[in-house]
Write a protein that binds this ligand. Sequence first.
Ligand code: ADP
Ligand code: ZN
Ligand code: ZN
Length: 754
Amino acid sequence: MTVKICLLKSNNDFDMEYTYIVPEHLVSEIDVGVFVTVPFGKGNSLREALVVSVGDFCGEVGFKLKKINDIIRKREKLSPDLVELCREMQKRYLCAFGSIVSLMMPPELPEKRKIKFVKLTADAERVSSLLLGNELRGIKQIRCVEVLRDSENNVISLEALQRDFDIQKSSVDTLVKKGIAEIFEEEAEFCVNTYNEFEKQGGTYPVHELNEEQVKAFNNIKECIESPLSSGILLHGITGSGKTEVYLNAIKYVVEQGGSAIMLVPEIALTPQIVSRFKSRFGENIAVLHSRLTAAQKRNEYEKIKEGIVKIVIGARSAVFAPCKNLKLIILDEEQEPSYKSYDSTPYYCADEIAFMRSRMCGGAVVLGSATPRVTTYYESLSGKLKYSYLGNRASKGTLPGVCIVNMREESEKIPGSVFSKTLFAAMKKNYEAGKQTILFVPRRGYAGKLVCGDCGKTMVCRRCRIPMTYHKKGGRLICHYCGNTITVPEKCPSCNSSVFNSRSIGTESVEAEIKKYFENADVIRMDADTTTGKEGHKVLLEKFEKENIPFLVGTQMIAKGLDFPNVTLVGVLNADGLINIQEYTAGERAFQLLTQVFGRAGRGDDKGYGILQTMITDEPLYSAAINQEYDSFYKNEIGFREAAGYPPFVHICTVNVSGIDDKGAFSLATKLRSETEKIYDRIRLSRKEDFAELFKVTRSPVPKLNNRYRWIFNIKSKSKDALLEIMEEFAYKTLTGLSAFEKEAFRITFDIE
Ligand code: ADP
Ligand code: ZN
Ligand code: ZN
């Protein structure tokens, strides 16, 4: 018997399938998905590998077949459908096989070592008096007591406190001195963290009888599940229309039929509230995969899923790889969220693509749920590739807030030296005096580096790509960081002929300072990258905002999500134009999603909410679509732009990114790679005459420097994804493997096809 294996640790040079002989004594144990060690290369050093197929292969002519050395028994076998998924992902993402396999393996159990733990010693009564009274001054100390109270046996490692909650030892020491907690040392697994916020939540949620729209949606999903062909459905429903209730019913149905289901939510939405809503419906039949589990806990959850002890998995992006048996349903809630795409490590997979790959293998259904679906998703539903269901009514009470647009070019709106318009300021004052809370939203990236017309507020955009260009003061030029196109700064604004340009931007700090100036003694919470360090920084500030009824919250994009505060009755967006001035073709779509979300924030409670959007651009169709929650009109406009300027879904884009500490070196390597690519590109284009394609110049990345590394990019566009894959396959396996050892070491080269 022989098998084909793939190495777990290899770069693209050796990333292929190799044939090995299975020794007699291992024959009974060998199977697809088993991990083995094999002698490899001239020196026959032992390498770890995965068996991808079993049969009687003859190997390559002229090579003597080697034997498998042994089976790695401590590694659990990967199920055949996941092995197939690995192979399919490799074709799609053109990355090392081992990096894909590692996405699907439960973590290995680490070595034991001595680590420090913190234990809560105060009793329940004391704890509640500590939390309610004012003996504890620091918010970190209060948070620490809460975390300890919610942890298993009231114990948590010091490391986890620091890492996940940003609580430093000094805060713990204070608690120890006061006799509230103690520190002790024990041999344990690395990174022990027994925080179980998801276990503690009890509560029951009412089961609702589905309304008419929900029933239709449910039946649509049921049809997908029952159909032997893989199929997907877009569940488009405004916030609060009862999508989750439909998911719960679909999952219940699948489980009753003996299948299993995966429910994906964006990392930030994976909260105890959502988990407990599922737990109250399905009890212990649920595994929750989240980033704070320890290796041992994660293995435990994997085990339960794999054995079929639990049929339902809830988790963030990577839970799409959960080893479910008889998988029949994968749901992506908030399908438009960028966090479904992995940006931080290769492969740069998209959870929705993986969901469809899995559904093709298992014949199950994929549900994409959203209030504001991606343009590409909606397009597919219109073209019939996806089924479609719409929920247009709020399932429970609550009304949409009244939102108005304030034109900042209007003299009568201006308050000298202020970022607030008269309308917004008056509303803030009224809200403050009524004891209500206000959220002010300041888009993060704003105008930085862009050239904006001082009269009409429009940004100078690239003629070809129709996205904002970057302004380089030195030399007075505008550069498109998409196609590399460079022009000199025009004398007059192409839209309104004005010759006044500016590049001013509003920051969260200046808004905070102004509030302090106008509203004496008013508390303000500011949330941006500076004030929310640590995983829990975000949460701590939001809790403070709610509990202490702080009148003002000022923040960047990060405050748009998941806020549900009954006392917030006013939401203001300062400089909405900053949202659409981003150098990405998805800027419009993101702006629409964000604005729809932030204005959904106001008026969750009994009082009606108000929203105010400040802008310089009065004829921006996106704004009126967002404030009136008109998805269709937004879509019509956006899809027109995508088609005219050549973006998905009409055109696929491959971005090659070269980064290095040496700026010049990264640029010249990018240039060299581009000319190599041009050769491949020319040849493939000839053989695929009909496919429109374009190869652009090397240009700085829209994020020119990250983690001390300079980034250069070039883009290729094509109507055919296959054409891009063909080009990039040769690029990955020939061009990249042919680089010098120095180039491979000093620079990082990644690419992404969308
Ligand atoms: P979405 O996920 O679309 O935002 P949810 O499923 O969370 O909406 O539902 C919003 C609210 O409406 C929840 O409080 C939920 O309990 C309630 N709800 C959902 N479906 C119904 C129904 N058929 N009848 C009454 N209330 C419902
Ligand atoms: Zn203008
Ligand atoms: Zn351009």
